[in-house]
Design a protein around this ligand. Structure first.
Ligand SMILES: Nc1ncnc2c1ncn2[C@@H]1O[C@H](COP(=O)(O)OP(=O)(O)OP(=O)(O)O)[C@@H](O)[C@H]1O
Length: 285
């Protein structure tokens, strides 16, 4: 697989504070990487650095471009959805489409029209007549209609209802994604994107604390409903997270052999959200 994004030693300081601290990441064609972290972890700062929207230390290469010096050329092949959709309020939706067709060489207007046809948004409406969620949808239609090799999504579905969020992700897979492209997406609703991710990177206090493909991560982490009499034995295997609720103790293990765990109780595969909570809290049990 060809590497489309290479990030080496990416660091961003705000005064004394490191918003991003020595991040190394590679994203290859065909990968959909979820960049997941708690509030203030450095996700948006990372994405802004990739897009050349903020200065940084370290090396970033996207499709051979340097975001600091080749931003304009780079944006022909890199599309971006920010967590705040701002569109000119006086414009009609149809004018926004025409504007994009005029300025972006890789914008496919009929694709955007197809996307909007699935919503209840009229192209005759002015942006100021639309609800917040509808404006987000227009924005998504404009961006997903760009034939970009790299798509960067920062909380793309913020403000959308659950039906529209699901519609967005299926549209993303069906109409945008191909094996030649890659996507980086951040969201706090990890359970909603889990099924589309090929890879996940957890970021905490500016550092990547885990980066794995989603198949491997499910093999590595195991959730066990521990029998009451096995709790002490389970603790010896150093679970990274333990939760007791109504007499039921659940523990999350990282890299412990299935055979040892099967003596403790019932083993299940954790969701990415379970793993995220475990890795972020890393309780000493
Ligand atoms: N312009 C700025 N000036 C100073 N500090 C900033 C600035 N922008 C971000 N930060 C700090 O950098 C850190 C990372 O912020 P960032 O917005 O990247 O986090 P995030 O992971 O996207 O968070 P959230 O999930 O809340 O959107 C935070 O501590 C934040 O306070």
């Amino acid at each position: 697989m060809t590497s489309l994004i290479n990030i080496s030693n990416l660091t961003k300081q705000y005064g004394e504070k490191s918003a991003v601290d020595n991040v190394n990441l590679t994203v290859k064609a065909g990968q959909i990487l979820g960049l997941v972290g708690p509030n203030g972890a450095g996700k948006t700062t990372c994405l802004q650095a990739l897009l050349g929207l903020t200065d940084y230390q370290g090396e970033v290469d996207i499709l051979g471009y340097n975001p600091k010096t080749q931003r304009t050329e780079m944006l022909n092949d890199v599309a971006y959805i920010a967590d705040v959709a701002v569109l000119p309020k006086w414009m009609k939706v149809s004018q926004a489409l025409e504007y994009m067709a005029g300025v972006h060489p890789n914008f496919n207007q009929s694709k955007a029209e197809e996307f909007l046809a699935k919503t209840n948004i009229s192209q005759k409406s002015q942006i100021k007549q639309l609800s917040k969620g509808m404006i987000v949808q227009v924005h998504l239609a404009l961006i997903l209609a760009i034939d970009a090799k790299v798509l960067i999504l920062d909380e793309p579905t913020l403000g959308l209802d659950i039906l529209t969020r699901r519609q967005f992700y299926s549209h993303l897979l069906e109409d945008f994604y191909t094996q030649e492209k890659c996507i980086i997406v951040t969201t706090h609703q990890i359970e909603e994107i889990e099924h589309i991710l090929t890879d996940v990177a957890f970021i905490q206090s500016g550092s990547i604390v885990l980066c794995e493909d989603t198949e491997h991560i499910k093999e590595r982490f195991k959730l066990v409903s521990v029998n009451q009499e096995s709790i002490e034995q389970a603790k010896q295997l150093k679970p990274i997270f333990s939760n007791s609720l109504m007499g039921l103790t659940t523990m999350l293990f990282d890299g412990v052999e299935q055979e040892s765990l099967s003596r403790l109780g019932n083993i299940t595969s954790p969701t990415l959200a379970d793993i995220f909570v475990g890795v972020m809290t890393k309780e000493t049990c």
